[in-house]
Write a protein of this length. Structure first.
Length: 317
């Protein structure tokens, strides 16, 4: 698919999903859910987004240093802001990460490794979010019953048997073929930057902090519109909704996130219109918090010369 067609397709996905939600949900309930957000809560959410970006940039720098690349923290923060803004305004949600990987690669003597550093850094966050989402499902009785019940029904499908056969076949083929060089390099970098020595601990701590900030901002969005949900009920609902945003089929998760919120709220026995309203306020908060990235994109230019690609203290967190 051509880039322009892919962009239109993802924009269409967002618009269609939001349109379907507006059509399916009770109009009065949806209007009632959209009360004017309290400014104090919104300011708190925007303030929390600053350490979130700094911690994410620090995780990227930590990953790059472990792989022998130079990445000053100040530059990492600026590039992360710019990437966050691009992810919010361009379809797919990964263009910004590709941009910061490309810009870092331009100043590195090992360009493929600069790209892998961004991939590994994002993988660290997604793995932590997946673990928290699983824990949240287990912590919420209503979601646990609905989701696990759905998986139990799928387990009886013939497709599961076919999938198992395909996996076993792929493993058999793998045993007779030597992995390609790019895959061996990726596995080596994964070992060095994600699981080796104490790196797994630093990656877990930083990723836990980043994911916790996402969840906190979502909970603040709920409070901003006056959603009267106990934290013990609200917090387990958030990680599964955030997981859906990783699917690169829309613009910044719009439509997918709201659809997931409606389903999760419904599965928990709550008003789905309220879940959609909270999700949309959250999306606006994230967009506004990324606006410094727009300014940085306007004033920063990609460097045209390569700098040193190794650090004096590689691998030290």
């Amino acid at each position: 698919m051509r880039p322009a067609n892919a962009t239109l397709a993802r924009l269409g996905v967002s618009l269609v999903l939001i349109g379907v939600l507006a059509w399916q949900l009770d109009a009065q309930a949806l209007r009632d859910a959209f009360v004017a957000p309290a400014p104090g809560w919104l300011l708190l959410a925007l303030a929390l987004s600053v350490p979130q970006v700094v911690l994410s940039a620090w995780r990227w720098r930590l990953t790059a240093r472990r792989m022998g690349l130079t990445l000053p923290l100040r530059r990492a923060v600026a590039e992360y802001y710019a990437a966050t803004f691009l992810n919010q305004v361009l379809p797919g949600g990964i263009v910004g990460d590709a941009s910061r990987a490309w810009r870092h690669a331009r100043t590195s003597s090992d360009r493929p490794r600069a790209w892998r550093a961004v991939i590994i850094e994002r993988l660290s966050g997604q793995l932590m979010l997946a673990l928290i989402a699983i824990a949240a499902l287990l912590a919420s009785p209503a979601l646990r019953d609905s989701v696990l019940g759905g998986f139990a029904r799928l387990a009886n499908a013939p497709g599961v048997l076919l999938a198992g056969i395909a996996i076993l076949g792929a493993l058999g083929i793998w045993g007779y073929r030597r992995p390609p060089a790019w895959l061996r390099d990726t596995l080596d970098d994964l070992g060095a930057a994600l699981v080796a020595s104490r790196m797994w601990l630093w990656q877990c701590i930083s990723s836990l902090g980043v994911v916790a900030s996402y969840i906190a901002i979502y909970a603040i969005a709920a409070r901003a519109i006056g959603a009267d949900i106990a934290l013990g009920t609200l917090l387990p609902l958030i990680p599964p909704v955030l997981m859906v945003m990783a699917i690169p089929l829309s613009v910044a998760g719009w439509g997918l996130r709201e659809s997931a919120a409606a389903l999760v709220w419904m599965g928990a026995g709550l008003d789905p219109a309220q879940g959609v309203a909270i999700s949309m306020v959250y999306g606006v908060i994230v967009l506004v918090s990324s606006l410094p990235g727009a300014w940085l994109l306007g004033v920063r230019r990609p460097p045209h010369h390569a700098s040193a690609a190794t650090d004096s203290l590689p691998g030290k967190p």
